[in-house]
Design a protein around this ligand. Structure first.
Ligand code: E4P
Length: 296
């Protein structure tokens, strides 16, 4: 078993919907702390793909059963960072509807985290969930204001809450996503520690090293990035490590400035709108629908 990765405090999560990938990463790295899934990743699961290629589409109940089966296969492979399971939500889904799904998903495995989108209804659902003792992961986070709202909405939680800043998608539009992770860490340092930063949308080794350097509590990355890390003999950032945010053409990314925000404000006073959250939901809905019968 390889244990060199234990020199990083950041927990290791596989971002995917295929248990075989989790097994592969576990064999390479020695231990996987957790897993994140989402509708796009589930639509890419090999069994789901093979059904679709045979012309079969799922009813919404069959799709949920398939998701449950995948999660139940993954859950025993990972550690205490758990399996994040995402509710279906479009722009009409109410907090009550998300919460009902979340409650069911939370019962699937003993180490479940229910993933809600960082929207008004998603945060209302998260607030209801933590009041019922459920663990939550707030996804599609692209701004410090959103992260402040996550903190305030979940402050009654008795268990750690995850917030998932999507750094790669900010990079894609020329903004330095790693700055968002740094800004959230800095802002939360003044808080009570109930929200952990899960660096997400990690596409490259330097994203991983940047997340380690910032001591993000958790990092989720696709199997290919963990394989790249293992292939490079598990590098870790040294004291002199400087993250160089660059886009695909090697151009410097625009910095994201820190904002001073009061975490004791009511959560719905923060401006949680973000274009990338909206786009992310649209994409998840489209990917979910690609697997489900139209009439379902
Ligand atoms: C994690 O929870 C997210 O689903 C994931 O990291 C998104 O990554 P992407 O932006 O590469 O799709």
């Amino acid at each position: 078993m390889n244990t060199s990765f234990r020199r990083t405090k950041t927990k290791i999560l596989v971002d995917g919907g295929d248990p075989q990938e989790t097994v592969r990463v576990k064999n390479l790295v020695g231990q996987v702390d957790g897993q994140t899934t989402n509708p796009t990743l589930i639509s890419k699961n090999p069994e789901v793909r093979s059904e679709i290629s045979l012309g079969h589409k799922f009813t919404s109940r069959e799709e949920l059963d398939e998701y449950k089966k995948i999660v139940q296969t993954i859950a025993p492979l990972v550690g205490d960072a758990g399996v994040s399971i995402e509710v279906f939500s479009d722009f009409d889904t109410t907090a009550e509807e998300m919460f009902a799904q979340g409650k069911e998903m939370f019962s699937w495995v003993p180490n479940a985290y229910v993933k809600y989108p960082c929207t008004h209804e998603g945060l209302r659902a998260a607030e209801m969930s933590v009041d019922q003792g459920m663990r939550v992961n707030i996804t599609l986070c692209f701004s410090q204001q959103q992260a402040a709202a996550v903190y305030a909405a979940t402050k009654r939680s008795k268990q750690p809450v995850y917030v998932s800043p999507f750094l790669g998608r900010l990079d894609d539009r020329g903004e330095n996503g790693m700055d968002l992770v740094a800004n959230i860490k800095k802002m939360y340092a003044a808080g009570d520690g109930h929200v952990l930063v899960l660096a997400a949308s990690i596409r490259r080794l330097d994203h991983l090293l940047g997340a380690f350097a910032l001591q993000a509590e958790l990092a989720t990355a696709p199997a290919k990035v963990w394989e790249e890390w293992a292939g490079a003999s598990f590098p870790l950032p040294g004291k002199d490590f400087v993250y160089q945010g660059q886009d695909k053409s090697g151009n410097r990314l625009r910095p994201i400035p820190y904002q001073s925000l009061d975490l004791s404000r009511p959560w719905d006073t923060f401006d949680i709108r973000h274009e990338l959250t909206t786009k992310g939901i649209q994409q998840f809905v489209a990917d979910y629908k690609s697997t489900v019968k139209q009439s379902a």
